[in-house]
Design a protein around this ligand. Structure first.
Ligand code: URA
Ligand code: SF4
Length: 216
């Protein structure tokens, strides 16, 4: 019954830098999400970034513009980063899954974000692993449950593990490091959707400040 996807592995070039990965990812057919999306939305930022932020999946605006976190969630994230004292210019921003997943009732209707499933997250994971092989951030910030599961494993629970500075676990071929950190928090979209938005934002900001402290 489980659906099969070929996965991104065959599309990830050996010995590429981030620009090389980004170029190769434009042609990824590792799962069926590329079919309805406009383009691959790869990570953005410098290889030397001291912070890496990992989201879930690009949204409608990211899909159109080809860059991560440039829509409403990105604006909230930008504001929170400024308030937490993290320079977005010092951050590499990416997503666990790199094509927009959506449902649309009819052509021309609003495209509604869908959460990628475990098969799609696993299919896209080689890109995330390849990015991390070229990055060496002091701290990774995991935004939401999908990123948390991709980075910390299937038993990750954002409510239990958020806001705690943890040693970075192994990721693909990358060994675990106890001098590198990861902090999990909510997805910025969860702040936008929350009824008690101010309180939820305050919690999100507090978690980002934990990451900021690790940066020194
Ligand atoms: N939400 C995400 O998880 N990533 C984006 O890039 C935009 C919205
Ligand atoms: Fe490839 Fe990931 Fe896009 Fe699927 S979502 S086609 S694995 S880049």
């Amino acid at each position: 019954m489980s659906r099969q996807e070929p996965g991104a592995e065959a599309y990830v070039p050996a010995d590429a830098d981030l620009d090389g990965l980004r170029a190769a990812a434009t042609g990824c057919r590792g799962c069926s999400l590329y079919k309805d999306a406009t383009q691959t939305v790869f990570g953005a930022g410098e290889a030397a970034a001291r912070v890496v932020l990992v989201g879930e999946v690009p949204g409608d605006q990211e899909d159109k513009k080809g860059a991560p976190f440039v829509g409403p969630a990105g604006r909230l994230l930008d504001r929170a980063l400024v308030e937490a004292g993290i320079d977005r210019g010092d951050a590499y921003v990416t997503n666990a899954v790199k094509h927009f997943k959506f449902k649309q009732d009819a052509p021309g209707k609003r495209r509604i974000h869908q959460t990628p499933d475990a098969v799609e997250i696993a299919a896209c994971r080689p890109w995330l692993v390849a990015e991390f092989a070229l990055l060496d951030p002091t701290v990774v910030v995991s935004l939401g449950a999908v990123a948390g599961k991709a980075l910390l494993g299937p038993s990750f629970r954002v409510t239990k593990q958020r806001g705690v500075l943890m040693a970075r676990p192994a990721l693909g071929d990358l060994p675990a490091r106890d001098d590198r950190f990861i902090v999990a928090t909510l997805h910025p979209s969860a702040v936008i959707r929350a009824d008690d938005r101010e309180a939820v934002y305050a919690g999100f900001l507090a978690d980002l400040k934990v990451a900021a402290q690790a940066l020194g």
